[in-house]
Design a protein around this ligand. Sequence first.
Ligand code: PLP
Length: 390
Amino acid sequence: MSTIDNKIQQLKDLGIYRELPINQGPCDAIINFNGKDIINLSSNNYLGFANHPRLKKAAKEAIDKYGVGAGAVRTIVGNMDIHEKLDDVIAKFKHEEAATVFQAGFLCNSGAIQAITDKDDLIISDELNHASIIDGVRLSKAARAVYKHSDMADLEKILIEKRNQYKDVLIITDGVFSMDGDIAKLPEIVKLAKKYKAMTYVDDAHGSGVLGKSGRGTVDHFGLNGQVDFIIGTLSKAIGVVGGYVCGSKSSRDWLLHRGRPLLFSTAMMPAAVAAIIEAFKMLEESSEYTDKLWENAKYFKDELVKKGFDIGKSQTPITPIMVGDEAKTMRFSKELLNRGVYVSGIVFPTVPVGLGRVRCMVSALHTKEMLKKAVEIMYLTAKEMDIVQ
Ligand SMILES: *Cc1c(COP(=O)(O)O)cnc(C)c1O
């Protein structure tokens, strides 16, 4: 144990050791931390579905019908009719041929990337792709290359240099990048993929339920439906529950049901979660009020921050970084904001490059204008005291 204890001591020495905050109730716009009400600007619960009465009702009814556990992996007897129904609901919503639900977004990347690539193939990945993509790529036998963030010239350079040395090539990108809130240049990526006969794979964890018509995602936002080979989404962020899915062709679904290891070796999703998710997609099909409210709030919040002189980087989505720079200062800013009733997480190296520390604000449809206004005021006063704004 002494090795681990030493490593923990190193974290403490660097000032980056942390205790987990404990939320005493549901994930809402105001949360209760250690007995104190805090404006929550840190959840991925974009649409407020995590504690929505319609989802809760659907989950309770499913418990009465199906019990609490699926009892086995999907490929044995854990595949209930409601799991199949959810796959269909998602495929229809996304205008794709087929969808396959996994128990987490993380597990989609653990399972799908290794299932669709082999030792004669090449994976080309954006340097800012999510950790679950990086881990998923490590599980594949394929060769790897990394292109500079959203740099299409660099991506093309790699394709020119390496395309002919490999059988299949898979280009992987986040749809929306989680630390900066910028959107992938999908139209150009799809064009390059066609030109060099590569496959495309978009992890749209932060785009699904956020971008596109009623939250249909980044691919829909660009009108590229049917032109991306694999689209991954989470059911744990905007959808508010847990799980993930891989959309693509009917044959890619067949293949994942044979080679997607998390489907073969980890128990199927809890039926109550599946029922709640089906209800969430029903709500999105019925109305764009949830996504409209999210974007209205995001626009208001970002405008207010810019008016106060904050640098919000290159955000194009509700993910709003406030750039601070220095690592220790970033962490102090985040801590002070929590003392004053606003929770935004501090994000520093190694999650982002050295010197690009920021606090990351996540706006949701649940916030009221008053909450957002109050949060901006607290941030401004604190930032002024700390010389983060003029
Ligand atoms: C959050 C996230 C995941 C993981 O999703 P979970 O459903 O929470 O496991 C995967 N990929 C990206 C890009 C993410 O942002």
